[in-house]
Ligand binder design. Structure first.
Ligand SMILES: O=C(O)CCC(=O)C(=O)O
Ligand SMILES: [Fe+2]
Length: 415
């Protein structure tokens, strides 16, 4: 008896998908993309999703977010929960898809499918809401994500249980989680306390991810250079998320040599740092960055990769300016223009030292967890402004964790 053609097609698409996945493993990304594309055209939702990821991040040629959305919509129609999640993630940026209520419905679908990055993101979102029932939701979702193998969610949950955030203190449960994380080489997070941010429009029990679009207002601190402070920008969970995500990737910070454009190890900057490749950004990390960019009055597409810095005692970032010299600019997205603005978010309280100093303005901003300092690197006419000189003063005691977004004049990212 003949096999029905539909089964033939499915078997062929499955074979192509397997072949593509094997090519990814051997780093033959060009062939992988070609095979994913063939399987996607035959209606394979998994291949449609992988091809979309490649198109989003420009892995097999220039990024094309519109094409990625096209394949994701097919994969979503084919019932792939990962596609709903990725469509929500893309929509959050507001460039390739509108920022509308479908972000919330798609994330709820992904949560119902127990997708760990969706559980983690929605947990952190509910954790920003003061209502006790939302705090309980946050803990339940972190637990579900941790049960699904999400190490970062387990770290966040342990911190909340140990401190009694949204629940009574449960030290034994926290210890049990830490005992599971320890053999995996997962370090304990620094002590981070930040108030639950005030969210006037927060509706208890509902997912309102668009809250990310309204960061708290900026308080002006200086006019030359223009410096401002944004209070309660990130919650404690969000600060911990950034630290936990950065920790495994920390390396010695590098400085750009103004003549050669090469990254060099220089005493001007003695911290360690990690930068987040957009390829590995999950929804929670993107949501946080989106709010940070908007707190700086800009959009995330203008942002270079997020950097998380860790300063140990004695480490510092000596006086410098963030705008790029022509040689560096020429090698890294020149069409995006220079670094117009910088926003740094303090992720923990430093025992002593570690303030951000602006010597030309006679200003020094002390680290407060969840709070940001934002400043202009270019003057009103778009020229590099020498007044923007600033420094991360040496940490004297404790450690300092900081997240920095450097924002270009025009779009730097694909979506
Ligand atoms: O550590 C600080 O306070 C400043 C960091 C900084 O200047 C930067 O990340 O560009
Ligand atoms: Fe800087």
């Amino acid at each position: 008896m003949d096999t029905p053609p539909a089964n033939d097609t499915r078997a062929r698409a499955d074979a192509l998908h397997r072949e593509a996945t094997a090519c990814v493993a051997t780093r033959d990304l060009e062939t992988a993309a070609a095979r994913y594309r063939e399987a996607a055209t035959l209606g394979h939702p998994g291949a449609q999703l992988e091809l979309a990821r490649m198109r989003l991040h420009g892995i097999d040629g220039p990024a094309d977010a519109a094409e990625a959305v096209h394949w994701l919509q097919h994969a979503e129609a084919g019932g792939h929960p990962g596609a709903a999640y990725l469509l929500a993630l893309v929509a959050l940026g507001g460039t390739a898809l509108p920022r509308d209520a479908r972000i919330n419905t798609r994330m709820m679908q992904a949560v119902q499918h127990r997708l760990p990055p969706a559980l983690r993101a929605v947990a952190i979102h509910f954790g920003r809401k003061p209502d006790p029932a939302d705090q309980t939701r946050c803990l339940q979702l972190l637990q579900a994500a941790a049960d699904g193998g999400d190490v970062v969610a387990a770290q966040l949950l342990a911190e909340r249980l140990a401190r009694g955030e949204g629940c009574p203190v449960q030290l034994e449960s926290a210890e049990a989680l830490w005992a599971q994380l320890d053999p995996l080489g997962v370090p304990r997070l620094p002590s981070i306390e930040a108030p639950v941010p005030a969210q006037p429009q927060a509706t208890p029990g509902t997912l309102t991810l668009e809250d990310a679009l309204s960061p708290p207002p900026t308080v002006s601190l200086a006019t030359s250079p223009r410096v401002g402070r944004v209070e309660a920008l990130l919650s404690a969970d969000e600060c911990r998320l950034l630290v936990a995500s950065a920790h495994p990737q920390l390396r010695r910070s590098m400085t750009v040599d103004p003549v050669t454009g090469a990254a060099v190890d220089h005493p001007i900057r003695s911290s360690s740092d990690a930068s987040f490749d957009p390829l590995h950004e999950d929804f929670a990390l993107r949501l946080v960055q989106l709010r940070i960019a908007r707190a700086a009055g800009m959009e995330l597409v203008n942002a270079e990769q997020l950097i998380v810095l860790r300063y140990a005692p004695g480490q510092e970032y000596r006086p410098h300016r963030d705008y790029l010299p022509p040689s560096t600019l020429a090698a890294d997205h020149p069409a995006a223009g220079n670094r117009r603005r910088t926003i740094c978010v303090y992720l923990n309280a430093v025992d002593e030292g570690g303030a951000t100093a602006f010597p030309r303005a006679g200003l020094s901003v002390s680290p407060v967890p969840g709070q940001a300092v934002v400043f202009d690197n270019l003057d009103a006419s778009g020229e590099a402004d020498p007044e923007s000189l600033h420094a991360g003063e040496p940490v004297v005691a404790g450690e300092k964790w900081l997240a920095t977004l450097w924002l270009r004049e025009r779009a730097y990212r694909a979506f």
